[in-house]
Design a binder for this molecule. Structure first.
Ligand code: NAD
Length: 353
């Protein structure tokens, strides 16, 4: 099967398969769309079972970056990269350097950053041979900013669904309390909400139990908790045929990328009366922060102000979906495609957000 037949291939501009024998690098760089600006999105390192699995993931993630950047109002396109390998066993300076040289050769069409399996220290290694990186120490860890955006998304959801202006008194089931999830718990605690958490990492669970009064449950039990909001902050694909029937929460709002296993699961949530906050709309906070490295301008207060705009972006999507009898996921996709289409009639340097 060619990449053009992949179900997630969506007129991607470029898909580059990278191989370096000396460092044993196998990687794929997917550039979905550069209409609004250079493609930007992180690099993931994961032990994919097959090249097909890696291609599926990178194509899906890169399109989501186009949509995320467009709706966040960033003059950036969407791209993503995956290195095939186990980050705990296969990562080396040689491998990371080799990968970064492929990005450098693209001459600025794609900017890369951290993602699952790739941390800030790895991005600093990229930066030794590559000019097109972001999410460096200047802008710091994007995770608290991503969590902040998720909180604004949750606020918009409770406003739309319950007419409430505060998260106080609400219960949120948080799946995954890693870099982002722990800050989601922190901000919820500060807002007067209760957290129920699950994570396969017991240390991560202990941290939020001790510091934010969270209640811990086993990983498999997180979906069926008596909660108002289910917040996926671990892996993608968690909203599926098996899990959606278990949900008792009336809202899904979290940070994980590609939460819907398939597009049809947006309909399944809707049919169960569950309001879905599209993942890439409310998890754009980290990107809004880290993109300061690309533009060479960083003001944390400005970033926070822009992240607070995710409240309005989410609310607008919920309202439009309700008025037009459509799915929130469809409305978000359409809005993003419209923004990109509008950009096609302009030159990059004319695009102002
Ligand atoms: P992370 O790896 O730090 O945290 C993920 C956590 O999920 C880990 O603690 C892990 O143990 C846990 N986990 C894994 N499998 C699990 C399971 N089956 N059940 C419960 N917990 C499980 O990653 P992160 O940076 O916090 O990102 C979380 C999600 O948000 C990812 O999908 C990522 O792509 C997405 N995201 C992150 C950012 C960011 O700024 N870090 C930005 C946008 C989107």
């Amino acid at each position: 099967m060619s990449v053009f037949d992949n179900s997630e291939y969506d007129n991607h501009e470029q898909v580059l398969f990278c191989r370096d024998v000396a460092s044993d690098l196998f990687a794929i760089i997917a550039i979905h769309d550069t209409t609004l600006g250079p493609a930007a999105g992180g690099c993931r390192m994961w032990p994919y079972a097959t090249v097909g699995d890696a291609a599926f993931d990178v194509l899906r993630l890169s399109r989501a970056m186009s949509y995320k950047n467009a709706l966040a109002g960033l003059p950036l396109g969407g791209g993503k990269a995956v290195i095939i390998g186990d980050p705990f066993k296969d990562k080396s300076e040689k491998l990371l350097t080799s990968f970064a040289r492929f990005i450098q050769r693209l001459g600025g069409q794609y900017y890369t950053a951290e993602d699952i399996g790739i941390g800030v220290k790895d991005v600093e290694i990229f930066a030794r041979v590559c000019d097109y990186v972001f999410g460096l120490t200047k802008t710091g860890d994007p995770s608290p900013f991503t969590a902040l955006g998720c909180l604004h998304g949750m606020r918009a959801a409770v406003k739309h669904k319950f007419g409430r202006d505060t998260l106080k008194g609400f219960t949120v089931a948080v799946q995954g309390v890693g870099k982002v999830g722990q800050f989601v718990c922190k901000y919820l605690y500060e807002a007067g909400a209760r957290c129920i958490v699950a994570d396969v990492n017991s240390e991560a669970v202990a941290h939020v139990v001790e510091n934010y009064g969270a209640k811990a449950v086993a990983s498999g039990e997180i979906y069926s908790q008596e909660a108002d909001i289910f917040s996926p902050c671990a892996m993608g694909g968690v909203l599926n045929d098996n899990t959606i029937p278990q949900l008792k929460a009336g809202i899904v709002a979290g940070a994980a990328n590609n939460q819907l296993a398939e597009a049809r699961h947006g309909k399944m949530l809707h049919d169960r009366g569950i309001l879905y906050a599209p993942d890439y709309v409310i998890n754009a906070g980290g990107m809004l922060n880290a993109s300061g490295d690309i533009f060479g301008h960083y003001d944390v207060n400005e970033v926070k102000k822009r992240i607070s705009g995710l409240y309005d972006a989410a609310l607008r999507i919920f309202e439009t979906a309700q008025q037009e009898g459509r799915l929130t996921s469809e409305v978000a996709d359409d809005l993003a495609r419209q923004k990109i289409a509008a950009g096609k009639t302009r030159k990059h340097d004319e695009i102002r957000f």
